[in-house]
Design a protein around this ligand. Structure first.
Ligand code: NAD
Length: 288
C-alpha cells in the first residue's frame, strides 16, 4: 500500500515516522516542517498525493483540510482513499466527503485521541466515519499508528465521536481541578484525595491517568510545569467545535458551553495559552 502524508506537525510527524518504520512506502509534505527519517520528501501536497492508495491529512483545522483537498483530489488516483485524521468541524468533513465522492474517490474521517504521546508510541485511538469496506482497508494503517480503531458509522461520525469525547474531557478536567482546589482549601491532602477519588465513583481519565496536580498519581504534564501534552488552546478548539455542532443540532449542552467559556477565558485572558489543558488547575489554585 502506497501512502501520502500531508501535515507533519506535532501529531503527523510521529505518525508518518511510525508508518515508515513499519516499511510502508510513504511520501510526506508539510508547508513548514521537514519529513522524518524514512519518509520520501514530496515537493508539494499534489506530489505527495499522486499515485498513492491512501492519502492521510493531519492538519490544523477544517479550512486547511478543505484547501488541501481542493488541491489534491484532482491528482489522486481513481478509487484511492483520503483519510483525514485532523479534528475538524463536521460540515467541513462532509464537504470534503462529497467532493471526494464526486471525484470517484473514497473519504474517511478518523480523528484521533491519545495526543502527541500516543502518536509517538503508536497507541492512538482512531474514531472513523466512512464506508465499512474503506475502514477495513485502512485497518493495517490504524494498527501501526494506533492501538484501537472504532468504525463509528458514515462519513462525519468520526468527528462527532471526537467532539463528544472531548466535551466530556474538558468538563471532567475542570471539575477535577476545582475539586482538588476545594480539597486543598478544606484541608484534605492531595495524595489522599487522589487515593480516594481514583478508586471511587468520581474517577475519570482526568483524575486517574492525567492527574492535574504535581507529584500525585501517574506522571503527567503537571509534573513537567504543565508543558503540553494536550494544549489548552486545542481543548478550546474542540470545545468550540462541540458548541457549533450543538447549535446546529439544537442540542442543549449547558456544561459543555460552560467548559467552553472557562477554557476561552483561561486561554485568552488568564495566561493559559501554550500550557497543557490540565493547567486549568492553576486558575482555581491561585484563588486559595
Ligand atoms: P500542528 O500545528 O503541530 O501540525 C499541523 C501541521 O500542518 C503543521 O506542521 C503545518 O505546517 C501543516 N500544514 C498546515 N497547512 C498545511 C498545508 N496547506 N499543506 C501542508 N501542511 C500544512 O498540529 P498537531 O498538534 O499536529 O494537530 C494536528 C491535528 O490533530 C489538529 O486537527 C488537532 O486538533 C488534532 N489533534 C491534536 C492533538 C495534540 O495533542 N496535538 C491530539 C488530538 C488531535
Amino acid at each position: 500500500m502506497k501512502v501520502g502524508f500531508i501535515g507533519l506537525g506535532n501529531m503527523g510527524e510521529p505518525m508518518a515516522r511510525n508508518l515508515a518504520a513499519a516499511n510502508i512506502d510513504i511520501a510526506g509534505y508539510d508547508i513548514v516542517r521537514a519529513c522524518p527519517e524514512g519518509v520520501k520528501s514530496a515537493s508539494s501536497a499534489v506530489d505527495a498525493a499522486a499515485n498513492r492508495d491512501v492519502v492521510i491529512t493531519m492538519l490544523p483545522d477544517g479550512e486547511a483540510v478543505k484547501s488541501v483537498a481542493v488541491e489534491i483530489l484532482p491528482a489522486m488516483k481513481s478509487g484511492a482513499i483520503l483519510l483525514d485524521c485532523s479534528t475538524v468541524d463536521i460540515d467541513s468533513a462532509l464537504e470534503v466527503y462529497v467532493s471526494a465522492k464526486t471525484a470517484n474517490l473514497r473519504f474517511v474521517d478518523a480523528p484521533v485521541s491519545g495526543g502527541v504521546g500516543g502518536a509517538v508510541a503508536g497507541s492512538l485511538t482512531f474514531m472513523a466515519g466512512g464506508a465499512e469496506d474503506d475502514f477495513k482497508n485502512l485497518e493495517p494503517l490504524f494498527d501501526i499508528m494506533g492501538s484501537k480503531a472504532v468504525h463509528c458509522g458514515e462519513a462525519g461520525t468520526g468527528q462527532i465521536a471526537k467532539i463528544c469525547n472531548n466535551m466530556i474531557l474538558g468538563a471532567t478536567m475542570i471539575v477535577t481541578c476545582e475539586a482538588f482546589a476545594l480539597a486543598d482549601r478544606l484541608g484534605l491532602s492531595r495524595e489522599r484525595m487522589f487515593e480516594v477519588v481514583s478508586t471511587s465513583s468520581g474517577y475519570s481519565w482526568s483524575m486517574n491517568a492525567y492527574c492535574p496536580v504535581p507529584s500525585v498519581g501517574p506522571t503527567s504534564p503537571a509534573d513537567n510545569g504543565y508543558r503540553p501534552g494536550f494544549a489548552a488552546d486545542l481543548m478550546l478548539k474542540d470545545l468550540r467545535l462541540a458548541q457549533i455542532a450543538a447549535a446546529s443540532a439544537s442540542a442543549d449542552t449547558p456544561v459543555g458551553r460552560l467548559a467552553n467559556d472557562i477554557y476561552e477565558s483561561f486561554v485568552e485572558n488568564e495566561g493559559g495559552s501554550g500550557k497543557d489543558f490540565s493547567a486549568i488547575f492553576l486558575k482555581f489554585a491561585e484563588k486559595l
